[in-house]
Design a protein around this ligand. Structure first.
Ligand code: ASP
Ligand code: MG
Length: 420
């Protein structure tokens, strides 16, 4: 059994869906579960629908939803002939559910409505792709993952109930005689049948859960890049492909903010020692990157850039030392407002925190800290993390930067500088 995951970019046009088909066609003889995201920017579009609806702008919400609807109907029209009517019937059922919801006034919290609306992107995309594969004589079963993946009701960041989901998933795959199953990433449902989502970019995680539960031989994530690079090629033109990585290295990279793979993806794979392949859907003949348990030597420097950073300077009001007491209060505040500093530097009477610039959270944190400390905030900063650094890369990347703070371990150097 193999698991494939196709992200939004790999299904964002008629041509790309045809490309997906040719990749799947060359694996028709294998048992395959294919996890698919919403097409292109659909999730962002649906987020706007949810926002408008919750703000009470019903007409705007319906209009925005209409745009999403038409995009999918157009794609279906280009791809389907024989399967067209059946596909549109199924799409219409999904559309109607959302439209009913949009007609009523919101009585529950935002996150609940977000999930009921945003989850449909994956239902639309998989519905069209499953019908298209059938049209192309690639037999497959389409499953609504909400019948299989049981979660808690922590909407927008739902926690998966593994045991229950495992028995459902195994049954659904085992009952099926054919080879190919198509289902959605990113979404699930509670035991009350309310839809949930697992957090943005969560489809990788769904794919890893399926791989774990089905004891897959491997998981392949199909992307528009050659594989995992040692830096973002958009900012570093000489970024290079890393052919082989250890699970732990990828966890570190994700922790520091590399947008390689959803951070939760690795654990389910690592627990069962299932290799993860990151491959390019534009040229499947390329080998891509293999991520597995083996120790990998001689990695190139790996660069992770985080922009929109804030440095919060905290200083005790009466020049007293920062001992365990204020420290523990500070950590309590982090957990209360759910912030996680990207870097902390402590001194005798002062402390510096580097954080993502989420305006609301920063304001809340500053307010709470101001009872204990004098607070100063610097904005417009970049945090650059370099793993496996050497002198050459440091001087290449950091010369002429206005450096505010730097921390170094044997493996990793982190530097905060003013964004130019
Ligand atoms: N469609 C969702 C998103 O854009 C999930 C995913 O793509 O993994 O965040
Ligand atoms: Mg995506």
């Amino acid at each position: 059994m193999k698991i494939f995951k196709f992200g939004g970019a790999s299904v964002n046009s008629v041509d790309r869906i045809k490309n997906l088909k040719s990749i799947v066609a060359s694996h028709q003889q294998e048992r395959l579960v294919i996890i698919i995201s919403a097409m292109g920017k659909t999730t962002n579009g649906l987020e706007k629908v949810a926002d408008a609806y919750f703000k009470g702008n019903k007409e705007e919400a319906l209009q925005l939803f209409n745009v999403v609807k038409n995009q999918h109907l157009t794609t279906a029209k280009y791809l389907l002939v024989l399967q067209y009517n059946e596909c549109v019937q199924q799409l219409n059922d999904f559309f109607t559910e959302v439209e009913w919801l949009l007609h009523d006034k919101p009585v529950r919290n935002y996150d609940y409505y977000y999930d009921q609306i945003v989850c449909t992107g994956e239902l639309f995309s998989t519905c069209i792709i499953s019908h298209f594969l059938k049209e192309e004589k690639i037999n497959n079963q389409w499953l609504d993952v909400r019948d299989l993946l049981r979660t808690d009701n922590n909407f927008r960041d739902a926690g998966v109930q593994f045991d229950f989901s495992a028995s459902r998933i195994k049954a659904a795959i085992e009952e099926f005689n054919g080879h190919i199953t198509i289902t959605q990433g990113f979404i699930g449902a509670t035991d009350d049948n309310e839809s949930t989502t697992l957090g943005r970019e969560g489809s990788d995680y769904t794919a890893a859960i399926f791989a774990n539960i089905l004891d897959a031989t491997e998981l392949t994530i199909w992307k528009d890049v050659e594989g995992v690079m040692n830096a973002d090629p958009k900012s570093y033109p000489d970024a290079q492909l890393i052919k082989e990585l250890n699970f732990n290295e990828v966890i570190e990279m994700a922790y520091y903010g590399a947008q390689v793979i959803h951070p939760k993806t690795i654990k389910p794979l690592q627990n069962k020692n299932i290799p993860l392949l990151v491959k390019c859907f534009l040229d499947p003949s390329l080998k891509g990157t293999i991520i597995h348990h083996k120790h990998v030597k001689n990695l190139p420097p790996i660069i992770v850039n985080k922009e929109h950073q804030v440095l919060m300077h905290l200083k005790t009001k009466d020049f007293s030392f920062i001992g365990e007491e204020p420290m523990s209060i500070l950590y309590q505040i982090f957990s209360e407002i759910k912030v996680k500093p990207n870097l902390i530097q402590t001194g005798a009477i002062s402390l510096q925190l580097c954080l993502d610039d989420h305006e609301e959270k920063i304001a809340m944190l500053a307010e709470k800290c101001s009872h204990l400390f004098d607070v100063q905030i610097e904005k417009m900063l970049t945090l650059i993390t370099i793993r496996h650094y050497n002198e050459e890369i440091i001087s290449h990347l950091l010369t002429n930067r206005q450096i505010l703070l730097q921390q170094k371990t044997k493996e990793t150097i982190q530097t905060i500088y003013r964004t130019q």
